[in-house]
Design a protein around this ligand. Structure first.
Ligand SMILES: [Fe+2]
Length: 464
């Protein structure tokens, strides 16, 4: 693309630092020698542990056999405290093996092993077509992992990936295809693709998208007919790159928009819907309603990566918001669905692109620094939520929903999340009955160390 245009598009927002309600200068974070995202349970752990004697409080359901895996950044060297961003650092996997309701082992391993590879895949870990991959966006290669958390290869999908990848793929549960909106800088300029990994585990499409805005494409979504492209208000920043910071920035001058790419015609045309400036890292889901409107639910930030150059949490709280895209008139409307700040939304793994009655998230609290103090369940049919407070000194993580075998109801199953306990400075793997999160965990697997706040994970059933 034209470099001058790129600079113009990406550079304009950097000087506009309007301080609104959550402006972080009020909290003295800019200029501080401390880095919020290296303190407390954000701090990395250095020990690699394997432990097969795990105390369990409560009882793990017998139907659970598999591996719970979670990825997150864990800088192993000495990060530059002023410039370190939470999204940087080697990937570290924390896993718990469960067999017919028994906790078999916990272990943590670096993605890339003993730095066999670059280890940049620090954001998510998924299973697809009988393989497990640690994944990341912006050009870092997915790393294939085995069931023991060892890194195997940086040539994912049988060597068929020729583009960047993403940390958030969406599985179409009917075709078993994995969709991703990816971006990379292969020749120093920005390229975005729609990538599809087939049910055979090989990349079968990688279509170049007509997009040159340098947007941080963290997430995508699918519906029956479309793939959604989120061209939102964070774009690549030469200024941040050149000064050694995480190179993405709030860009008030970039028109935020949601694009629909037709999955059926695959004609490469994106139909764009302009929306108000915002960013969201994570959707709950998207689907088409009875009128044919495309509905997207996501955790919306009013502003992010503007004043806080080290992470996402200190400027504005993430709030569950719905966009409705009207295909008849080309307009998008926006509605806040809940006033409880929350992140890391999850839902039933087989409902991507279809209506979901239930969603789950980690409540971040109404403070300028998130407390991760509660698990939230949403009922989108009744428009209500249910909240479980984790308790004094307890800090949660992304709650992953695991459907029961032979389930009759969408929420029949379990939620699993690592929960950090400040008192013991260790973490538990906590299991909830998803139909009744209010009565608290049904099992807590005590781990030999803490699991730092990280990003995303998956339940990998024993039979994949
Ligand atoms: Fe994410």
């Amino acid at each position: 693309m034209d470099r001058r245009k790129f600079l113009k598009v990406t550079g304009l927002g950097l000087g506009s630092a309007a301080v609104l309600g959550w402006g972080l200068n009020r909290f003295g974070i800019i200029g501080s020698k401390e880095n919020y995202y290296l303190q407390g349970n954000y701090a990395p752990v250095k020990e690699l542990i394997s432990e097969d004697k795990l105390e369990v409080v409560g009882s793990i359901p017998k139907e659970l056999s598999g591996l719970y895996l979670r990825n997150g950044p864990n800088p192993m060297g000495k990060p530059n405290v002023k410039k370190y961003h939470w999204f940087e650092g080697e990937g570290m996997l924390h896993g718990v093996r469960i067999d017919e309701g028994k906790a078999i082992w916990y272990r943590n391993r670096l993605v890339g092993g003993d730095q066999l590879f670059a280890g940049r895949a620090n954001t998510h870990v998924i299973s697809h077509a009988k393989k497990i991959y640690a994944i990341v966006e912006a050009g870092g290669k997915p790393v294939e992992i085995d069931q023991e958390l060892n890194s195997l290869t940086e040539e994912p999908f049988y060597g068929t990936l020729e583009t960047g990848f993403t940390a958030h793929t969406k599985l179409d549960s009917e075709t078993k295809e994995l969709h991703g909106i990816t971006y990379n800088f292969p020749r120093g300029s920005y390229e975005a693709h729609h990538v599809v990994v087939g049910k055979d585990g090989r990349v079968n499409r990688a279509d170049l998208l007509p997009l040159s805005s340098g947007t941080m494409l963290h997430e995508c979504a699918i519906t029956e007919n479309y793939v959604l492209v989120f061209d939102l208000s964070i774009t690549f920043s030469f200024l941040k790159l050149g000064t050694g910071y995480f190179p993405f920035s709030w860009n008030n001058d970039h028109q935020a928009r949601i694009g629909l790419l037709n999955r059926k015609t695959n004609d490469g045309v994106v139909k764009w819907f302009n929306i108000d400036p915002c960013y969201f890292f994570h959707t709950v889901n998207a689907y088409e309603d009875h009128q044919g409107n495309v509905i997207v639910d996501a955790m919306r930030y009013q502003r992010v990566f503007d004043e806080d150059w080290n992470g996402p949490f200190t400027e504005f709280p993430p709030l569950l918001t719905r966009w409705s895209l009207n295909l008849s008139n080309g307009n998008a409307s926006e509605q806040q669905l809940d006033d409880l700040p929350a992140e890391f939304p999850r839902m039933h793994p087989n409902l991507n692109g279809q209506f979901n009655q239930f969603g789950y998230s980690l409540g971040t609290g109404s403070q300028q620094k998130p407390d991760f103090g509660r698990i939230i369940k949403y009922d989108f049919t009744k428009n209500i939520n249910e909240v479980y407070e984790l308790g004094e000194g307890k800090r949660g993580a992304e709650p992953v929903f695991i459907p029961s075998e032979n389930q009759k109801y969408e929420d029949e199953g379990y939620l699993m999340a690592y929960v950090y306990d400040k008192a013991s400075d260790k973490s538990d793997l906590v299991i909830f009955n998803a139909q009744n999160i209010k009565s608290g965990p049904i099992a807590q697997i005590k781990l030999p160390q803490r699991v730092p706040f990280g990003f995303h994970g998956s339940w990998v059933p024993a039979q994949i």
